[in-house]
Design a protein around this ligand. Structure first.
Ligand code: CDP
Ligand code: MG
Length: 142
């Protein structure tokens, strides 16, 4: 299997609930390499662009409002099979349906405020990582 990159975002609810450290510990326990991370706050406009694939869906406005409601922590991750692996680690979109031990089961409130983001394909992962990080920020510092 190939080495892939995926974008994690610790969403505003995950920051507000004091779980930045717990979620990063989970990332490291699962063997992902952290390429870069930052804390930032999305404007409504930037949140709208990031989630533009969902434009027109009934939850879109609420999602954009939520994602711009406070700081978030985007984290660029790398691992073998990272896209599927990270989605396994975070669990289902709705924490009520997420497997025990997954990040959303542990830390999410509901289907909207669900603690973390994960890219759904290698292509989208590239776009999403590029949305938050420059090439220089992703350069291997080791
Ligand atoms: O994040 P994930 O890929 O699991 O789900 P998605 O279907 O791509 O939806 C993106 C985000 O929109 C979710 O993580 C939720 O925050 C939100 N959402 C929602 O509020 N209500 C839904 N019915 C579906 C998604
Ligand atoms: Mg998605």
């Amino acid at each position: 299997m190939a080495i892939e990159r995926t974008l994690c975002i610790i969403k505003p609810d995950g920051v507000r609930s004091g779980n930045i450290g717990n979620i990063i510990a989970h990332i490291q326990k699962e063997g992902f390499k952290v390429l870069s991370l930052k804390m930032t706050r999305l404007t409504k406009q930037a949140g709208g662009v990031f989630y533009e694939v969902h434009k027109g869906r009934p939850f879109y406005d609420e999602l954009v409002n939520f994602m711009s409601s406070g700081p978030c922590v985007p984290i660029a991750l790398e691992k073998e099979n990272a896209i599927a692996e990270w989605r396994r680690v975070i669990g289902a979109t709705d924490p009520a349906e997420a497997d025990p031990g997954t990040i959303r089961k542990l830390y999410a409130k509901n289907k909207g405020e669900n603690a973390v983001h994960g890219s759904d394909s290698v292509e989208n992962g590239k776009r999403e990582i590029g949305f938050f990080f420059t090439e220089q920020e992703l350069a291997d510092l080791a």
